[in-house]
Ligand binder design. Structure first.
Ligand SMILES: NC(=O)C1=CN([C@@H]2O[C@H](COP(=O)(O)OP(=O)(O)OC[C@H]3O[C@@H](n4cnc5c(N)ncnc54)[C@H](OP(=O)(O)O)[C@@H]3O)[C@@H](O)[C@H]2O)C=CC1
Ligand SMILES: CC(=O)[C@@H](O)[C@H](O)COP(=O)(O)O
Ligand SMILES: [Mn+2]
Length: 392
């Protein structure tokens, strides 16, 4: 029986890599629905190739355009335009697997809809977990959702952990998240004010969307990943450590109580964790060439420089603050990164916007998705005010 798949964010870096793995396994997977926001031409090509029943474009004018183009090309895919169209394709009874690859907090509601309906949820959209926190994990557990991490570090940790979750708390000492250090690991911190969006998006090992690429350059990506790991693996924040490993061959590690460390290694290519999530606990071909150890120049490790990467430590700070603070941090960072990419904020001021927004807004405990979305809105508006003072 084929697994029916919804890909949320199919036109992005994770979305296209997912479809690349899926196209290698036509007997095992069938695309049921795709979603994107603005890239109509690519979505049209994906509909022509994968013939999904439904497509959703988050941007209204682009949805209208796609519907016209599908019709004029004689393609049967139906464009859903309802307010809750993303939630519909994530929770549809005929869907088995949902890939959550929308960028940012915009992915929270559809990922939660998939969790609520007990799907196998492949989670790349780390911001959904950073915002959703305990509420997200409760929804997963209460609805028998199978949550599989796609973020490369978390997929690595997941693969190193014992299958029986109930043994984790007694066996694990700590989680070691590896980080590339981004494109400015060795750049003089005094010159960070001049960084352009193109320079910030030039990641040393992965070709990714613009938002996560900027996050990697500030190491806010690692900060978000510390929070993601705290929720996925239910570990105390102080048990999560970060080590810079520029080659990104080791994707992360688990240290056990006896000081033994298990690591997951591989060619840095997101099709590996995607294939792992799709097939788990089976293994399928990903299209990625295995590592050639004799061709590796060496694996090196270093500590993250707090002066160069001040944002990294905001993760532990936010996790130890009142619940909801990680949602505030995420919203501030989304606003700051968007402003930087739009040429309205200097690269070295992203941290200042995040820090000041955190200092301005103390959340009251979010008890529902509605509370979380309201908090996200409020934090964005505080961050927008803060931004005005720091704008370039
Ligand atoms: N890229 C990578 O290698 C990795 C990514 N991740 C995480 O995966 C997620 C996706 O990243 P990535 O693929 O790089 O991002 P991209 O920017 O490449 O893709 C984002 C996707 O989401 C769609 N989208 C954007 N905004 C909205 C919105 N408001 N509502 C609905 N859909 C929207 C885009 O549509 P369109 O393009 O049509 O406008 C696109 O399909 C992020 O959370 C990221 O942190 C995690 C690990 C690695
Ligand atoms: C591929 C992936 O999972 C990204 O999160 C990537 O690893 C970014 O790495 P850094 O943030 O360490 O540069
Ligand atoms: Mn990652």
């Amino acid at each position: 029986m084929k697994q029916r798949l919804t890909v949320l964010g199919s036109t992005g870096s994770i979305g296209t890599n997912t479809l690349d793995v899926v196209r290698r396994h036509p007997q095992q997977y069938e695309v049921f629905a795709l979603s994107a926001s603005t890239q109509v031409e690519l979505m049209l090509a994906q509909c022509a190739e994968f013939r999904p029943r439904y497509a959703v474009m988050a941007s209204g004018p682009h949805a209208v355009q796609l519907a016209q183009d599908l019709k004029s090309n004689g393609l049967p895919t139906q464009v859903l335009q309802a307010q809750n169209a993303l939630e519909q394709i994530a929770s549809h009874p005929e869907v088995d697997v949902v890939m959550g690859a929308i960028v940012g907090a915009a992915g929270l509601s559809p990922c939660l809809a998939a969790a609520q309906s007990g799907k196998r949820l492949l989670l790349a959209n780390k911001e959904a977990l950073v915002v959703g926190g305990a509420l997200f994990m409760d929804t997963v557990q209460q609805n028998a959702c199978t949550l599989l991490p796609i973020d490369s570090e978390h997929s690595a940790i997941f693969q190193c952990l014992p299958e029986d979750r109930s043994t984790w708390s007694t066996r694990i000492d700590s989680l070691l998240l590896t980080a590339s250090g981004g494109p400015f690991r060795q750049r003089d911190p005094a010159t960070l004010a001049e960084i352009t969006p193109a320079q910030a998006c030039n990641h040393p090992n992965f070709s990714m969307g613009r938002k996560i690429s900027v996050d990697s350059a500030t190491m806010m990506n690692k900060a978000l990943e510390v929070i993601e790991a705290r929720w996925l693996f239910d570990v105390a924040p102080e048990k999560i450590k970060v080590v810079i490993h520029p080659q990104q061959i080791i994707h992360s590690m688990v240290q056990f109580k006896d000081a033994s460390i298990l690591a997951q290694l591989g060619t840095p290519d997101m099709r590996v964790p995607i294939a792992c999530g799709l097939a788990w606990p089976e293994r399928i071909e990903s299209g990625v060439a295995p590592l050639d150890f004799t061709a590796l120049a060496g694996l090196t490790f270093e500590e993250a420089d707090a002066h160069r990467f001040p944002g990294l430590h905001l993760s532990w700070q936010a996790l130890n603050a009142p619940e909801g603070t990680t949602a505030v941090l995420n919203a501030a960072n989304e606003v700051a990164v968007a402003a930087f990419l739009a040429g309205q904020l200097r690269f070295d001021r992203i941290h200042a916007v995040n820090l000041e927004t955190l200092g301005t807004l103390t959340p009251s405990q979010p008890r529902s998705v509605g509370d979380l979305l309201a908090l996200d809105d409020e934090a964005r508006s505080v961050a927008a005010d803060v931004l005005e003072r720091f704008a370039a």
